[in-house]
Design a protein around this ligand. Structure first.
Ligand SMILES: N[C@@H](CCC(=O)N[C@@H](CS)C(=O)NCC(=O)O)C(=O)O
Length: 199
């Protein structure tokens, strides 16, 4: 049984979405987290090394960090078809977009949010203004990041764009808006929202 260490309305909510997409048994363990306003605390029950969410425990195998959890879960349940497997044609693209999410896109958004200029040539990531056109080009002629089929990578990107679409962090783009809507219109996303609120 998979346990998701979760706090409502955080990055762990999208793993309820992924687990609902996979349709496998799981349980949610609600944990406390540190908040920006100084409230909250690291919860000793949470196996993440910094007390962040998400983390999962799969019968003793602990996985933390969003891209790693996405890959772990889609590899763990290959029959669900939510991630290309080793040797598959799109495996390289899948790994690249998962790593790009954690290594480039999130740092880009966080830099912008914190008003930190991304230094050219030295940071491992780029500014949002350089990253987003790459995603627009990628999604211009395909419904999902890997083409016709929804994958675990779309859980990360689609929910991020749905969240930032209305914020000054991201310029408006019809391609990105349509993609985000496509992702959050999925029944599993709607079920995840309901479970998040009860957690
Ligand atoms: N790099 C982590 C980030 C996780 C993260 O920062 N989660 C926030 C909630 S959205 C958190 O747990 N914050 C509490 C803290 O920083 O102690 C991932 O992608 O999984």
């Amino acid at each position: 049984m998979i346990t998701l260490f979760h706090h409502p309305k955080t990055r762990s909510t999208r793993f309820i979405f992924l687990l609902e997409e996979l349709g496998v048994p799981y349980q949610i363990r609600r944990v406390e987290v540190r908040k920006r306003d100084g409230t909250g605390a690291v919860d000793p029950a949470n196996p993440h090394p910094h007390g962040k969410v998400p983390a999962i425990d799969d019968d003793g195998s602990v996985v933390f960090e969003s891209s790693a959890i996405t890959l772990y879960l889609t590899d763990r349940f290959p029959e669900r078809g939510l991630g290309p497997q080793v040797g598959g044609r799109d495996r390289g693209a899948y790994l690249s977009w998962l790593a790009y999410y954690s290594g480039v896109l999130e740092p880009a958004f966080v830099s912008k949010f914190l008003h930190v200029e991304v230094p050219r040539g030295t940071a491992g990531w780029v500014a949002v203004e350089e990253a987003m056109p790459v995603l627009v080009r990628r999604l211009e002629h395909r419904p999902y990041l890997l083409g016709e089929h929804f994958s675990g990578a779309d859980v990360l990107y689609g929910t991020t764009f749905a969240m930032f679409g209305q914020s000054p962090l991201m310029d408006k783009s019809p391609v990105i808006e349509a993609y985000a809507q496509r992702v959050i219109a999925r029944p599993a996303f709607q079920r995840a929202q309901a479970r998040d609120e009860q957690a």
